[in-house]
Design a binder for this molecule. Structure first.
Ligand SMILES: [Zn+2]
Length: 115
């Protein structure tokens, strides 16, 4: 299934393929503040519908994850990084996906603060 996602103002839009089985809530210093619910997919499953540069990039800690956000409305729709096995991954913020019932998606809690 293909899902449509965007930031609030529409400056950043994307499509992402896959079945949303669960979401990940992380308590690291960044995710706790954002309140995002992440869904990890291969980077190849995420297709940007707006130019890549429309999303700004925020880096912190070890700079392993590119936290992409809209410079206009401030929403963080996705992040990009590499899995331990070396695969390019995307962490899609499910709160930015249209037409899904967030309350019906089980949430796993990840202790990113202790990493
Ligand atoms: Zn925006």
């Amino acid at each position: 299934m293909t899902h449509l996602g965007s930031c609030h103002c529409g400056h950043v839009k994307f499509e992402v393929d896959g079945e949303i089985a669960s979401a990940l809530s992380c308590n690291c210093s960044m995710c706790q503040r954002k309140g995002s619910l992440m869904w990890f997919v291969p980077r190849s499953a995420l297709r940007l519908l707006t130019p890549n540069d429309n999303a700004s990039t925020y880096l912190f800690n070890k700079h392993l994850i590119q936290h992409r956000f809209c410079p206009h409305c401030g929403i963080h729709p996705y992040g990009e990084g590499t899995s331990p096995s070396g695969a390019a991954m995307a962490a899609v913020n499910l709160r930015c996906i249209e037409g899904i019932d967030l309350a019906a998606i089980p949430v796993d809690h990840f202790d990113g603060r202790s990493m």
